[in-house]
Structure formats: C-alpha cells, structure tokens
Design a protein around this ligand. Sequence first.
Ligand code: XMP
Length: 437
Amino acid sequence: MQQDMILILDLGSEENSALAREIRALGVYSEIYSHDITAEELAALPNVKGIILNGGENRMVDGVAIDASDAVYESGIAVLAVDHKARRIAGLTALGAWSNDTEEHLAELRSFVFDTCKATPNWSMENFIADQVELLRRQIGDKKVLLALSGGVDSSVVAALLIRAVGDQLTCVHVNHGLLRKGEPEEVVSVFKEELGANLVYVDAIDRFLDKLAGVADPEEKRKIIGAEFIRVFEEEARKLEGIDFLGQGTIYPDIIESGTKTAQAVKAHHNVGGLPDDLQFELVEPLKMLFKDEVRACGRALGLPESMVERQPFPGPGLGVRCLGEITRERLECVRESDAILREEFERAGLAGKVWQYFTAVPEFKTVGVRNNARCFEYPVILRAVNTIDAMTATIERLDYDLLERIVERITTEVPGVNRVVFDLTPKPTGTIEWE
Ligand code: XMP
C-alpha cells in the first residue's frame, strides 16, 4: 500500500463523510469506521497515522454513551477526540468541538494530520490505481470475473480498473434493453471492445424488453418488469459462461456510508445485486467502494475513459422507460430519445453540460393540436426538465436562458418526427419529483 491513512471513528457525528473528504482534500487518505473497531481490524489497516474520534449528536445508543474500543486507546497511534469525553491517555489531543469558522477548522485539522500524526500527503489517483490493481490481482488470482456494464460512470470505471488489473479474465455483459440514450450502446462497444480490448458480450434485448412492457402503463409495474427482465437476461448470459467466480460491482463509498454505521441511522438499504438467484454464487469485487463520486470520475479519467463517459449525469436504472410516460410505445420512445439527444447537444454547446445536475425530456401519452405547413397537425408534446440538487432529495430548477430555450424548441419541433410542441417544467422538488414517473 502506498498511502498514509487517517481513520475517522464514528462516535455519532453526522459529519463523517464531510471530514473524510476534507482530509482527502489535504492529500491524505481517510476512511470511516465504526467506533467499536477491533484490534485485529485496526492491525489489518496499513499505514494508519492517526485516529479521529468524531463525536456528535448520536453518541447515545440505548441510553449509554458509546466510546471507542480499548484497541484504539492501546494502539499507540495518535488520537484526536472531538466533542467526546475520551479516556485520558498519553498522546491524546482533545478538542471540544470543531471550529465553526472554516479557516480555523482547517487549521485544526492540518495541525493534527501533519504536525501531530506526521502524515505524508501521498493520496493520489495514481497511487489508488496502483494499490487497487495489486489488490485485485491478489484477490482474483487466475479466476474469472463477470461485470454488468451499463455504461454509467460507476460500472464503466470498475470495468476499466478490472481490465487494467486482470485483462481478459474479465467478461463484461452489456444489456441493451432499448431504453438507453441515443448513442450509448455504441459508445460502450467502441470504448470497451474496440479501444480497451475488453471481452464484451453485447446483448440486443430490445424486442424482448419492449414486448414485455407492451400494454403496461403503471410506473411501478414498468420498473418491476425492467428490473426483473434485466436480472433474467444477465443470469442467462452468466450461465453461458464457464467458471466465473467473481462478480464486479460499482458500489461506491456513499452507498456504504448510507447503509448506516452502528450509530447512524441507515438512510437506505444498500442493494446492488438484489435479485440474483441463490444458485449463482459469486464473490463480490468492489474496487470503488472507498471512493466518493468525484473521485470515481477522477479515477476513470486517470484510466483513460472519455470525458463523455466520466462526466455522465445520473441516469435512472429503468432508463428512458420512465420518461416515455404511461405505456411505452416504440414511436414515443423514439420521440424521447431524439429530443433528449437534441437537449444534450444544446446544453453541451451552451456550456451547461457539466454544470446542470440533471436534464432530460419526457413524452406524455396524449397528443396536442398544432399547425404544420399551413395544416392542422395532431402530435405529441415534449416536456423539458433541468434541475440542480445536492442529494436528489430536493431539487431546484435551472433558470435557462430564453434564447437557448427557443433554439431547443425550434430544433425539437422540426427535427423530431411526431412532435409539435415543447413545454418546460418549472416545478421544484417538492412538490414534483425529478422524474415524472
Ligand atoms: P426522483 O424522480 O425520485 O429521482 O426525484 C431522484 C433521482 O433518482 C433517479 N431515479 C432512479 N434511479 N432507478 C434509478 O437507478 C430508478 O428507478 C430511479 N428513479 C429515479 C432520478 O433520475 C433522479 O436522479
């Protein structure tokens, strides 16, 4: 292992991830652990230079104030106790609470990390990749790994990392369910098969998905069908391959943190492989599980993935299926895909692509009256949506420039067959959700 590490022990703080990110921003690697870390777990972690007992609101569990385990106090490693009545031991630095002043807070942190712990700022993507390649080779040996490659940021970066580590011991399966954005399946094939030389199984399952979805209008029913069919297709492909022992997963650090530590309430259950049948038994390989999203992007960049893939905005698992509102028809699905491509092109051109958190189009089931070539036309409207958010729990509207909006309307109504009207959804979340379904 290349890099020094500062451990954060969760003693009931809500700010553990923010603190880990601040330490990483100082160039020193940091991970979050539960307060009752054992001596064995501690000994297994390489290059630990310091431990922060990060106390806070949730310090009481069943009416008892929690404390770090003896292992921490007896480790001989420098300890900083924040807002926490720690035991008095030699080498312990106590801080009533982090300063509310950002500058002072950073000074306190720097002083502990660099002066007390003497940590070296050697956390870099190059070192991370070198470490992971070594760990993956050790874990996988000469066995085989399977990965569902959607083309989203996380699965793409896992694929690139696994290709670097174990080359053709990795098989990627890309399922095209017909609900991907324009150009996405082609980009996955060109980047992974042609440029990176991956073993890529491309599955054209478009008809299969659209046939299953025919006549289904209920959003939750659509989601269930898409999810279940995806597992079925992936499982069929997995059974065709011989001797797979490992399954790659694009789990990232927020997924782990959100699953909750012992003191923090679980924000959501973490189900990444939910639904795979029990008789398909794989060991998981999750090389990104200690990275935050921006670090995952940096990792992808360092591995040579194109910017269009690394900077991709969030995209729902059921894809365009939840934007082709109500019953999915091929005709309206093309309206969604083509209008979405125009919106993306115009946002790119206007310099908004990396700035606005999520933007897309949706097409409802009804038609509206309009005029085209001096004659009445009865065609679909397209809904535009562009939102900003931190955590997707609430969202605000991006205030788009009218010239840009007019250009988008002009292009969609002339270039997308069957569309004669465009509306812009100005509803924040709440009361609207980000998606329409
Ligand atoms: P809502 O519509 O709930 O969306 O405000 C919040 C964020 O989640 C994405 N989203 C999904 N992602 N599977 C996913 O993987 C889904 O079924 C799904 N539904 C919504 C949505 O795009 C937004 O970023």
